[in-house]
Design a protein around this ligand. Structure first.
Ligand code: FEO
Length: 168
């Protein structure tokens, strides 16, 4: 496999693994603060990111490269409030989108059309994930810290009216 493409795919493996840990930290924080709906949403989002990572690991190995299982820095233990959690989620997803776009660009520069085709799945996924994070954040901004509204918001998440797309 093209060495430059292999390197950026390995960088992406680390980013997806870091996303999974980051959202797991958010899930645990939410659970400890009585926000079970948010916890459920974040646990499932964390699983989804692990799936994104695994898909890359398998692709690199199947194409004759070597997937590297990365060292992950510890995510934050505390978050200011729910809005802060979802702001960080959106910020994080925007950064991941940027790195997927860079990956697409490198595939084209290296004329690696197979990887380019594979990465299209991530391009669509990022569109959905950013849109979802924006929708949730807009809801939170509407609520504006109202306790009753927060309760309903968390309950909505618990009843999975808003969910992360299932892996496919
Ligand atoms: Fe795998 Fe949320 O990006």
């Amino acid at each position: 496999m093209n060495k430059r493409v292999e390197q950026v795919l390995n960088d992406q493996i680390k980013k997806e693994a870091s996303s999974s840990q980051f959202y797991l930290a958010m899930a645990s924080w939410a659970e400890n603060n009585g926000m079970n709906g948010t916890a459920k949403f974040m646990y499932s989002h964390s699983d989804e990111e692990r799936f994104h990572m695994l898909k890359l690991v398998k692709f690199v190995n199947e194409r004759g490269g070597k997937a590297e299982i990365p060292f992950i820095e510890q995510p934050p233990k505390e978050f200011r409030d729910l809005e802060n959690v979802f702001e960080l989620l959106l910020e994080h997803e925007i950064a991941v989108t940027q790195s997927i776009n860079d990956l697409v660009d490198i595939c084209l520069q290296e004329k690696d059309y197979t990887t380019h085709n594979f990465v299209q799945w991530y391009v669509s996924e990022q569109l959905e994930e950013e849109a979802l994070a924006r929708t949730v954040l807009d809801k939170l901004k509407l609520i504006g810290g109202d306790k009753g509204g927060m309760y309903m918001f968390d309950r909505d998440l618990e009843n999975s009216t808003i969910t992360v797309a299932a892996p496919n």
